[in-house]
Design a protein around this ligand. Sequence first.
Ligand code: UDP
Length: 406
Amino acid sequence: MRIAMISEHANPLAVLGEVDAGGQNLHVAELSAALVDLGHEVTVYTRRDARDLPESVRAPQGYRVVHVPAGPAEHVPKDELLPYMAEFTRFVDREWRQSPPDVVHSHFWMSGLVAVVAGGNQQIPVVHTYHALGTVKRRHQGLADTSPPGRIRTERMIGRNAAQIVATCTDEVRELGRMGVPATRTTVVPCGVDCEHFTPDGPAEPAGPRHRVVSVGRLVPRKGFADLVAALPEVPDTELVLVGGPESDRLAAHPEAVRLRQLAARLGVANRVRLLGQVPRDRMPAVLRSADAVACVPWYEPFGIVPLEAMACGVPVVASAVGGLIDTVVDGVTGVHVPPRSPGELATALRTLLADPVRCSLLGAAGRERAESRYPWRQVALATARAYEQCRAVAEPGPLAAAGSM
Ligand code: UDP
């Protein structure tokens, strides 16, 4: 198949960990690479957000990335990108008139908008993955939500017009049902993990005499880092290593880093909290392996790739029971579930787990097994390609439909 991916703000070639660059970038990159491995042709359309980006470039993994000129050639926060989507749509519409793809897979709501308009113009089936839902974000962030006002309405419109919705977890299917998106057009295909890069064996970053808990994510409040810091006074002999945000030289001035450090100082645990800033992907397995437990305690999480990376490294995960983490982390088998935003229960879960190294290694081994059996990107790509095939079969008039119309 000739597959067009649209990922308006999340460039698959971007560095991860900074603001607006995380799981979606990785998902688009790994899924595209795995689809190429299966013999498909993949082009990813993403916004040109720096002057020095070439118009089109072939990634080493074989997919092509087109940097679409839409708005200024500089970083623009994703919540301010909507005004440039008309330009984006005109660009792909022109390209597809010359050479139409068999299927379009859009990622995030603004890409979905581009896809249903440009794909609809040319009867190209559209598969959409939301990655995050405006309704959920509004529920959790209230007035702090900076999404443009039309987001939720647009997400409903995409749900009505896309041929298939690929949700990444079962919790999302429930949310989509509440929005009126029929379950009949929704397929669950999770995100994946590179089980050859993230392995239990291999070097680990040196650890001190204390237990170590690692947590990874963009430095934004909803990732729950503050809940971990707040839990730490009740988790003795343990250091907390926080990964993500800007590179270490710019970290000190980052507002969320300042807030976390102030909280740690106020609670008397500053000497047990370390912020590493952005860690390159190559170094991530060694950082995860150095942990006795990886904590992923977001307030909400559309999927959450970090728990899978920890599981693939054979490390137990303490996870808040939200979104994708309900599916990936099995309570009592590969880790421990805690309620979100509950430092007290988080402290109890960590203290109990860290006191029992045998249980830690059993949970870690089960995590590796689960990651390997269910989440390799090749499996994710095969399931996604099946969803593409299904909507192509529906989109193309079969012999019966053709005969009926004679
Ligand atoms: N990541 C990274 N370096 C960092 C911080 C994060 O490579 O400094 C990676 C992390 O390993 C994971 C991705 O970024 O692969 C984050 O994905 P996730 O779905 O957990 O969170 P999101 O950022 O999409 O909310």
